[in-house]
Design a protein around this ligand. Sequence first.
Ligand code: ATP
Ligand code: MG
Ligand code: FE
Length: 335
Amino acid sequence: LLILGIETSCDETAAAVIKDGKDILSNVVASQIESHKRFGGVVPELASRHHVEQITLVIEEALNEAKVALTDIDGIAVTKGPGLVGALLVGVNAAKALAFAHNIPLVPVHHIAGHIYANRLITELKFPLLALVVSGGHTELVYMEKHGAFKVIGETLDDAAGEAYDKVARTLKLPYPGGPHIDRLAQKGNAVLDLPRAWLEEGSYDFSFSGLKSAVINTLHNAEQRGEVIASEDVAASFQASVIEVLTEKTVRAAKEYNVHQVLLAGGVAANQGLRTALQEAFQPLSEIELIIPPLNLCTDNAAMIAAAGSVLFEQGKRGKMDMNAYPGLDIENF
Ligand code: ATP
Ligand code: MG
Ligand code: FE
């Protein structure tokens, strides 16, 4: 089974070919980070224009690297949402054009389902499982009883984890995207600041990061007014400690309550070294639960993960019609 995956939901133009749902034959990612950097974040118009410029080349490269022709492809999996509408439309229209011209079935994929299925590229999934999704736009705990069935048991009530990282990074005058910079600084600093942990109501699996973000900004502002300087390394370490403590505690608690066999880490923030280490330490004593953490290039946006999810959905009979549209607010429980 050969699936071509296409991903253009944000600022990465990506295409990949996956064999039998798990073997990566090619995984091409054209990042636009350099273009958006000087604006301090993703500029939607710019993103769409770059996708239009890159999409054909990226798809051709993915097919060439995989040494397959379009006529060998069984299905085209494309990110239908969520994301920036103008960006999503480029991928959806490219997929539709190829599907129509070569009579290949289309498979609509939810971007976060893709992030979760990045784990299928490194191991067989064992159900029931729990995925901790931490990305630029999402922070949620997703329970899966079987392939293709996603149930959100907790999610952020305000900012996503990645969003909080990027905002705190901006306050520290670090370049966009700030997550990796905070991660690097945090490893050199000490968590000396007393910052809040948003546990929310007892037993809740929801998250909240905007209070933490404001606490960091206020602490820095107050220090500045008193003429004090707090080392960026210590700010980063304190912020990261708060984020990681809450993510880890809630993930462990949910994994136990739902009796899962596996816990998967997913999304761009899954690249965070501090989070990866904390989860490994937390799950090490729980021998009945297997913790899966993807390599860094499968954590951030890519099309291999879209093709991996698409492969499973394809086999389940899921198809997109020729009038399929991009859907910025797509729901993972029902797409
Ligand atoms: P979504 O997947 O929710 O639609 P997105 O696709 O924009 O959002 P991703 O590409 O999955 O998000 O992840 C990007 C985010 O990951 C950014 O916020 C970035 O700062 C963060 N990130 C990347 N590496 C790290 C790291 N090492 N530590 C913390 N955050 C990181
Ligand atoms: Mg991105
Ligand atoms: Fe993403």
